[in-house]
Design a protein around this ligand. Structure first.
Ligand SMILES: O=P(O)(O)OC[C@H]1O[C@](O)(CO)[C@@H](O)[C@@H]1O
Ligand SMILES: [Fe+2]
Length: 189
């Protein structure tokens, strides 16, 4: 009837949550996500780096329950574009989410289904509220791993397909040593 409460330990240095399920996303898992396809191919053939790791504590997909996960997003670029997570809408699109930045430097790209985008900078201590219906992707704009905790409804689910197909309307790139958010020339409305 009642579920058993529990506490787990999160290591602030590494982002690892004990007893969590680990997921690894390598650059080869992200075909078609980056603007510069040549640079993507070259880097995959050379070293196929890990782009991010997720440590998740997940419950059954039921209304009312909560999941949480840390992400360790490594520093790097494909061409001029900073490493990012795949990004997704929630399968149940009206589900919100909270992110809490722990280490490193980065930001979150958010987008409505109409393509209105927003970039929110994140540093340790930043809490980001992801409202219902907004797609979200995190970006590492620094030189060390960008680590954050996400807390989301257990029944939110992931809709990766829409972003994989259309991308985000904005990209985050390095130009003259600066972080620049600009229009994505490949964005399909
Ligand atoms: O699911 P993505 O877009 O690959 O990004 C990874 C992060 O997002 C989450 O799916 C939560 O929104 C986590 O599992 C993880 O923190
Ligand atoms: Fe999410």
């Amino acid at each position: 009837m009642y579920k058993e409460p529990f506490g787990v330990k999160l290591d602030f240095e590494t982002g690892i949550i004990e007893n969590a399920k680990k997921l690894v996303r390598k650059l080869s898992d992200m075909k078609g996500y980056f603007l510069d396809e040549e640079a993507w191919k070259e880097l995959v053939e050379k070293e196929d780096p890990v782009v991010y790791e997720v440590y998740a504590i997940e419950q059954e997909e039921k209304e009312g329950d909560l999941n949480f996960a840390t992400t360790v997003l490594y520093p790097g670029k494909v061409g001029k574009e900073f490493f990012f997570t795949k990004g997704h809408y929630h399968a149940k699109a009206d589900r919100a989410e909270i992110y809490f930045a722990l280490k490193g430097k980065g930001g979150m790209l958010l987008q409505t289904p109409e393509g209105d985008a927003k970039f929110i900078e994140m540093e340790p201590g930043t809490i980001v509220y992801v409202p219902p219906y907004w797609a979200h992707r995190t970006v590492n704009t620094g030189n060390e791993p960008f680590i954050f905790l996400a807390i989301y409804p257990a029944d939110a689910g992931h809709d990766y397909g829409t972003i994989k197909e259309k991308g985000f309307s904005k990209i985050v790139v390095e130009e003259d040593g600066k972080v620049v958010v600009k229009d994505n020339p490949k964005w399909k409305e």
